[in-house]
Design a protein around this ligand. Structure first.
Ligand code: ATP
Ligand code: MG
Ligand code: MG
Ligand code: MG
Length: 562
């Protein structure tokens, strides 16, 4: 392929908004272009790499018996209402209306869609288990789209879903999927860990994340060097060592009244991080309104809150579908479907923060003054802390190791969460209707591309391995117009082709320095420079990953490259 025929708009300057190297190089090396925040076009090189990642994913999923489907991106609101997530999913769900004023969502994930699809056609246990997957564009209106392909608002995901009549086969598929993910990440040349994870907005019982080790990762993982134990720090067992005091529990239990729903249900719909090390917790309730405000320093989540407060014993009103959470930077404030009449009991400090963050006018909140120590207490939670260096592994034998990770995959045992809500049933051996037992398995294709770059790129640019490289060899004739160089370039191109190696030929009239710099940026595994010794059939080879370079006769080239 001739470089003059491909759109590869390389840049010398680092784009000002690109903070991390995958983002910087994807732009600078001419792989992607941003259209709006978190929304990108894939130019030919990125599209090529993306196709290679997808090919690996397809191969490994075929290996475990999953078959590919393609479901709609545009999803009718009805199925989201059935599952309850139309309201619970939060502001990340991109909603729209058609010309008849009917509500739709652009799929952020496809549990509802796949459950709706299979409930019509799978009606007997004889047809189970069954696993389908798709590779598709997903939409999430992320609060903070950033880091290029790592956190987009439009991004590519492989999502798989499995249906079962027995938990045993769900467990087996879950394990198969975990193994397939491991193989995919190995083939991508990555250092990664599979960790115990929180199920978040997807829900369900039991999940694992696949974390690519990288400094820029937003997740912290803790692991035991001497065993398989690894957990997202949110889920690290030692986390819960500081239990709330009895007084705190009592003050919370006051809000319970008979017939109320569990706070776990309320919190389950929450798609925002709750902060750890709670500094301010306000709870107040009357018959229909409860609001909890949490403020702190670190990521914190619903499962931890539930455990910490022992919330199974606490009940809240049905109408109580709101919880607001604030981060230390107050950037993650998330009003979740606050009912219009929602009252918040908060002190002035919190009111100021809420108003400053969401804007007093946009806020649905109606504040009631509440005084610390009178209407609510916070001290009881002060001793809660995250695991830290020196803490022991769950078996007590070692100290925990820490690393930063990029979550590239997340697999869940959903159980009957969606099938019960959506009445998706099959007939069992005794002719009885049973809800499907389900699993779901996400892998971020576009995020994976960025994560690979975070681990492999160096200070000159991208560094692809042979499996993922858009082309295997970068051919660089110093003077493309020179007859001997042109002839040898064509000869090598042919030779590589015969040996199933692809090449990119830099036929541009640019200075060698420009060509070499672009070549390092683009990151093909091998560079072959055709220069002064072309007439003798001698070229220079440079290996991108190691920087090793040597002269070689063309006859030996293929053997050396392979
Ligand atoms: P995060 O914690 O980073 O927001 P998530 O837990 O919300 O991710 P899941 O719902 O578990 O994501 O989705 C499955 C996979 O989809 C993730 O493991 C990740 O690889 C990918 N993914 C999720 N959100 C994004 C995004 N905004 N941009 C790119 N990839 C994403
Ligand atoms: Mg998310
Ligand atoms: Mg996550
Ligand atoms: Mg996840």
């Amino acid at each position: 392929m001739k470089q003059s025929n491909i759109l590869i708009p390389t840049l010398k300057e680092v784009p000002s908004d690109a903070e991390i190297k995958s983002h910087q190089y994807l732009i600078r090396a001419g792989y992607v272009r941003q259209s709006a925040r978190g929304i990108y076009s894939y130019l030919p090189l990125a599209q090529n790499v993306k196709n290679k990642i997808e090919a690996i994913v397809r191969e490994e999923l075929a290996e475990i018996g999953a078959t590919e489907v393609l479901m709609p991106v545009l999803q009718p609101a009805e199925i989201w209402k059935e599952s309850g997530r139309w309201d619970k999913y939060g502001a990340d769900l991109m909603k729209m209306k058609d010309r008849h004023n009917r509500d739709f969502a652009l799929g952020p994930t496809h549990e509802e869609m796949v459950t709706d699809l299979l409930r019509d056609d799978i009606n007997s246990y004889k047809k189970l288990p069954l696993t389908v997957f798709q590779i598709q564009t997903k939409f999430r209106d992320e609060r903070r789209p950033r880091f290029g392909l790592l956190r987009g608002r439009e991004f590519l995901m492989k999502d798989a879903y499995s249906f079962h009549s027995e938990t045993e086969t769900l467990d087996a598929t879950f394990d198969d999927m975990a193994k397939a993910y491991g193989k995919i990440l190995d083939r991508c040349g990555l250092q990664w860990r599979s960790v115990i994870a929180d199920s978040g907005a997807i829900g369900g019982k039991g999940s694992r994340e696949f974390q690519v080790i990288a400094e820029v990762g937003e997740d912290t993982i803790v692991y035991d060097k001497n065993s398989d134990y690894a957990a997202n720090v949110e889920m690290a067992e030692v986390y819960y060592e500081a239990k709330p005091s009895t007084a705190a529990k009592e003050s919370l239990t006051k809000v319970a009244t008979p017939g109320m729903k569990s706070i776990a249900d309320v919190v389950a719909g929450l798609n925002v991080p709750i902060e750890q090390t709670i500094k301010s917790l306000l709870v107040q309730a009357d018959d229909e309104v409860v609001m909890v405000l949490v403020r702190g320093d670190h990521e914190f989540n619903d499962v931890k809150l539930k455990n910490m407060l022992d919330l199974d014993t606490i009940a809240l009103a049905d109408e109580t579908v709101a919880m607001t959470v604030m981060g230390a930077d107050y950037g993650s404030l998330g009003p979740i479907n606050a009912p219009a009449e929602m009252k918040i009991y908060a002190d002035n400090n919190v009111q100021d923060i809420v108003n400053a963050t969401v804007g007093a006018n946009e806020s649905d909140f109606h504040f009631q003054n509440a005084n610390h120590g009178v209407d609510f207490t916070v001290e009881a939670f002060a001793d809660l802390r995250m695991v830290q260096a020196g803490d022991l592994t769950p078996d007590g034998k070692n100290t925990l190791s820490f690393a930063k990770g990029i979550e590239v995959g997340h697999i869940f045992k959903l159980g009957t969460l969606y099938s019960e809500a959506m009445k998706a049933t099959y007939l069992d051996e005794n002719g009885r209707q049973q809800p499907f037992i389900m699993g779901c398995y996400g892998l971020g294709i576009s995020r994976l591309m960025a994560a690979i770059i975070e681990q492999t790129a160096d200070d000159k640019g991208l560094v692809w391995n042979k499996l993922l490289a858009p082309y295997h060899v970068h051919l660089i004739p110093i003077k493309p117009a020179d007859e001997a160089q042109a002839a040898l370039t064509t000869e090598i191109e042919q030779l590589l082709k015969e040996n199933n190696l692809t090449s990119l030929i830099d036929d541009r009239k640019e200075r060698p320095g420009v060509k070499f710099a672009d070549s390092e940026l683009i990151g093909l595994p091998v560079r072959v420079t055709i220069g002064k010794r072309a007439a003798e059939g001698v070229v220079e080879v440079k290996v991108r990953a190691t920087g090793e370079s040597f002269e070689i006769e063309v006859a030996e080239l293929v053997a050396k490259i392979n």
